[in-house]
Write a protein that binds this ligand. Sequence first.
Ligand code: MRU
Length: 352
Amino acid sequence: MPGEIAYTIAWDAENDCIVYIDQTLLPGQYEVACCRTVDELADAIRRLAIRGAPALGIAGAMGVALAVVRSGERDPVRFREGVSRAAEALRSTRPTAVNLARGIDRVLGVINAAVSVEAAKEAAVREANAVAVEDEETCRRIGAFGAELLPEMCTLLTHCNAGALACRCWGTALGVVRSAVEAGKEVRVLACETRPLNQGSRLTCWELNRDGIDVTLITDSTAAYLMRKGVIDCVIVGADRITRDAVFNKIGTYMHAVSARHHGIPFYVAAPVSTFDPAKSEEEVIVEERDRAELARCGDRMLAPDDVAILNYAFDATPLDLVDAIVTEVGVLRPPYAESFRLIEGKGGFER
Ligand code: MRU
């Protein structure tokens, strides 16, 4: 395995496999891992070794390509059946981030349009790579639009990791930070640790620190107090799915939105158009619930009694009326969102 890779997740054309930074090991260890089968990929996604909505979109697309190149089936019907079983296995790994399903469906689309099994193999890898390349362009555009929202000097709060590690590179919310810093703005980031899996302390702090961007780690529960003290100029987070009425993002996002509104602080979401799902409302989305061990244990150490009931939601939903702007690659959306959603639909947005 290479010592370092340029992207969080990439297709290795020489070995027909997916290489990725194993995010479960950061910040202590930087390790590049590889998935050779769909089962290995599904496991990496469930363990959050690959995570973050746009990166999941790329993983879904590359996962279908992996199923295709690994298939020894010559019969077109049985070939398609096998690929479709693999696609459904990947789709079920994480239900909340819509990008995963979008990436899977994009590659299934080109496979279904291909005239032969051989043509399907080539088209699948090409399309999966296109999903990855587009993600980088998208993040750069989100960054450029979002940077304009930030004052010349500011302290912003972010939750979870919506950075390079959650995408091919650059990031959505942290892409805005990177673009603002690149444009000469003085940005200080307050990163919430993001219990229970600590994507904020482990990943956001790691990648910003590495890029020399000013970052300070706080506990999730410190955020409201710092808003009250007037320390925070704005909040910016990513999204896993944006329905017609709510933004789904890492658990804890909603409490930051409520606190921000209470203190008159702008609350921004940065997300690609591929994260929008306006055909659905909040109630129709499955919010992933994760294993009790994430709350009850830290390694070998018990953090809760064995028999206590545990509710471990991975995401929450923030009603759109608490969101001051959504930064996308086609521009900054403002309320009323029903109207601005119609505008991006016209710009080629909203894959279904
Ligand atoms: O459970 P995770 O780590 O996959 O959750 C990720 C988030 O909640 C991110 O904020 C979201 O995917 C946006 S990433 C650009």
